[in-house]
Design a protein around this ligand. Structure first.
Ligand SMILES: [Zn+2]
Length: 493
């Protein structure tokens, strides 16, 4: 017998607000493009780095969490039946007394948990809820190096709305759609933060992710041929059963539609797929070409993208958003594409793709140290214009950075109290200015050597501000004190 559990959350507030948890601004907070005559920027040749970073041994010692997820999609009823198996190893040197699963669909009351059991089939009945987190006490603490397995059987009732977990306008978006385990810190315990709401808007992203391995199987109750699936990995398909593997990723996100168009490209062995909603196929081709440029540039500057697929998906929301191997872009960017590089499509394609390095490869605590991915992603926009559209660099800088008067210490958390606009001005835009100032201080060669080394050192790990600064200091003899005092409230060793 399965026990029905009622999930109750005091989060009705969440449902009353627009859902803006995204990583790039809405088009509405862009300024009106300047009418002053354009200045022509001097093209900058970015150097090819000569760094020879030392790769770490096997990431996470091969102990990363394994997720095996079987989903049956009843698309037209907005319903999924899912079994998710999570195999977790205690990678720390301290015992773990309770397991925590983040169950994001619970925020929308969109999940019904049918049963939770351990790997040996014993039903777990003593779990409790802490907001949208499931807490499972362990009778015997999980000792360092020990492994534990849980199985969640659940149903999803997809909320009809826009966003990363949603159904609307012929598109089903599955992000954060299964129970997942946050990182565990030996001192602080589970790294599971709360959402930050200011003026009814979500400020920043609040989830920290460990690199994990995903094995996902998908089936449809409807006619398979009706659907296209935008995914972060290339599928294997047999008799209507679609199978994906994605290793060392923080998330596994899918977008399914019965109206997608797709454009394909290839860069250096990586396939690029650009999916668009109705009427936007021609802009989807532009996006695919921009993705070729961005991937080529970042492969050169940051180190090689290691996946065989990069997917870009137009999705029903007014933001852009990054996941592993898959990014989302808002239809407003496509609708308003002016046919020139003076476009959100250029800026945000460059931005979101750079998150494959600064979010996916190099993880960070997005709630407490968001500059570690967003400053780099915003700075990448600049590098993209420098390389490919230098005559528009000043236009970009003026409209996306300087006219907003960025300010503030960039090492704020999402909880510092400012609203979304203020937060982005500090973390994204001033963060980008920090990296540019650092680059000018160090010179291009040393700066890009540092960035490549940083990516290699923290690949599949969770980086910290202190870790970045320590590495930075090992890459330069320049006195960094004035620069760090200008941009950081923290002091570093
Ligand atoms: Zn971002």
């Amino acid at each position: 017998m399965m026990k029905r559990r009622t999930i109750q959350f005091a989060i009705s507030l969440l449902l009353a607000v627009s859902f803006l948890i995204g990583c790039t601004p809405t088009s509405s907070d862009q300024p009106t493009p300047s009418t002053t005559p354009e200045k022509t920027a001097t093209p900058v040749d970015l150097p090819t780095s000569t760094a020879t970073p030392t790769p770490k041994p096997q990431p996470l010692n091969g102990q990363e969490t394994q997720y095996f997820i079987d989903a049956t999609v009843n698309y037209y009823n907005l319903f999924l039946e899912v079994t998710s198996r999570s195999i977790y190893t205690n990678k720390t040197s301290v015992p773990i007394n309770e397991m925590v699963f983040i169950i994001y669909p619970a925020i929308y009351s969109a999940i019904y948990i049918k049963e939770v059991s351990t790997g040996d089939g014993i039903e777990v009945t003593n779990y409790t809820w802490d907001n949208h987190r499931m807490v499972i006490p362990l009778d015997d603490p999980l000792q360092p190096g020990e492994q534990i397995e849980f199985i969640h059987e659940f149903e999803l009732y997809m909320p009809e709305r826009g966003g990363v977990f949603s159904y609307s306008n012929g598109q089903l978006n599955l992000s954060y759609w299964f129970p997942f385990i946050p990182p565990f810190d030996e001192t602080d315990g589970w790294i599971a933060h709360d959402i930050q709401l200011v003026n009814s808007e979500f400020v920043g992203e609040y989830i920290a992710f460990e690199a994990s391995d995903f094995d996902v199987t998908l089936q449809f109750t409807d006619r398979r041929d009706n659907f296209m699936i935008a995914a972060p990995a290339l599928p294997e398909e047999e008799n209507g059963v679609i199978h994906y593997r994605l290793d060392l990723a923080r998330t596994f996100t899918l977008s399914i539609s019965d109206t997608f168009s797709v454009t394909e490209r290839e860069v250096n062995g990586t396939k690029i797929q650009s999916y668009t909603l109705l009427g936007h196929a021609s802009v989807g081709k532009v996006v695919a070409d921009l993705a070729v440029e961005a991937l080529t540039l970042y492969n050169e500057l940051y180190g090689e993208y290691e996946r065989d697929l990069l997917t870009i998906v137009e999705f029903n929301s007014d933001i852009g958003m990054e996941f592993d191997g898959l990014i989302f872009l808002s239809p407003t960017f496509y609708n308003l594409y002016p046919g020139t590089p003076k476009s959100n499509i250029h800026v945000y394609t460059a931005h979101e793709i750079s998150h494959q390095w600064f979010f996916s490869m190099v993880g960070n605590d997005q709630a407490l140290e968001p500059w570690l991915d967003e400053a780099f992603a915003t700075f990448s926009e600049r590098l993209f214009y420098e390389r490919y559209y230098p005559e528009y660099l000043n236009w970009y800088l003026e409209n996306y950075i300087t006219s907003h008067n960025p300010y503030g210490y960039i090492d704020v958390s999402i909880y510092y109290g400012g609203d979304l606009y203020d937060y982005r001005n500090i973390v994204y835009r001033n963060g980008s200015l920090f990296l540019q100032d650092l680059r000018e201080l160090m010179g291009d060669e040393a700066f890009f050597n540092l960035i490549q080394d940083y990516v290699q050192q923290y690949k599949y790990q969770i980086a910290t501000s202190q870790g970045f600064i320590t590495l930075l200091k090992s890459h330069t003899n320049t006195d960094l004190t004035p620069l760090l005092e200008e941009y950081f409230s923290s002091t570093f060793e």
